[in-house]
Design a protein around this ligand. Sequence first.
Ligand SMILES: Nc1nc2c(c(=O)[nH]1)N[C@H]1C(S)=C(S)[C@@H](COP(=O)(O)O)O[C@H]1N2
Ligand SMILES: [Mo]
Length: 329
Amino acid sequence: MLVRERFKVPHIPSSEITPESIYMRRRQLMKAAGLLGGVAAGVAFDAGAAVATGGKPLQFAPATAGSDGFHTGEDQTPFTDASQYCNFYEFGTGKSDPADYAHEMSTDPWSLEVTGEVAKPGKLSLEDILGRYPLEERIYRLRCVEAWSMVIPWVGFPLASLLREFEPTSKAKYVAFETLYRPKEMRGTRSFGSTIDWPYREGLRLDEAMNPLTLMAVGMYGKTLPNQNGAPIRLVVPWKYGFKSIKSVVRIHLTDKQPATSWQDQNAREYGFYSNVNPEVDHPRWSQKYERRLPSSLFSPNRIPTTMFNGYGEQVAHLYTGMDLKKYY
Ligand SMILES: Nc1nc2c(c(=O)[nH]1)N[C@H]1C(S)=C(S)[C@@H](COP(=O)(O)O)O[C@H]1N2
Ligand SMILES: [Mo]
């Protein structure tokens, strides 16, 4: 029997806090300090530049706007916000913890194992993956359960392309995902008050996993992923709350039973298996009717209504016909 004391440091609704105003101020101070240093040395430089350059450039087919949902057509969130305001509890529960500490995780070498109900179980190295699947850009909304959202240009390939190659058996009904668990490199998993029963786990129904919108991302903003955004490879499921989009994936396991997920384990009343973005189903502690589109501040909160399936209903509503989405939240 698994006996582990877990302390609940829950998701917090964005209406109750303005962490980004604190974080922006801190970044501005750091930037000012960097700028002063540069001026003193006779060279004006931007301390944020090292962050903004991101990873290595990738080759990919650019997204074109259309009815497939692959390109929202909305303004993109600046890279700085997307890479500095993150959730990655393995590195801490604060929004800037991932940007501050995820560099402690080593992502090379990396491999992804596919097991369970597949005819050809196996392991792919990141190099195999990058050589095998043509990369494309997808400009998706990402809406966190905490009621903030962003628009991010991802670079990746459909999860379906990868799963097909391993040949799911007729028993495969669900897909379970696991993040790397390496406490030495992940300070959030070592700290007293750790929130989650590691490794971080997520799951999808097989038809959700095979939907063309479901992406395995290896990059964003044209370059490889920063560690804090889930390097070297993560899931992106744009019609579900952000926590379903599991980062730094090392294992995919196909099964005939609905798998356990980290957030459902932590608090089943607050986080269901489906986790579809749904303004009609409030979180037990806050409303889900609105969201703050980042960048947002105290004076310009940029508050917008949340839409069903995060605006991807045309592409995914059919997956849930006949289901009571208040029960399957
Ligand atoms: N392994 C892992 N994956 C994770 C998380 C996490 O804590 N650990 N947080 C999730 C949550 S709550 C959100 S909102 C998104 C945030 O992705 P981003 O930081 O790239 O915007 O990642 C998700 N994936
Ligand atoms: Mo989230």
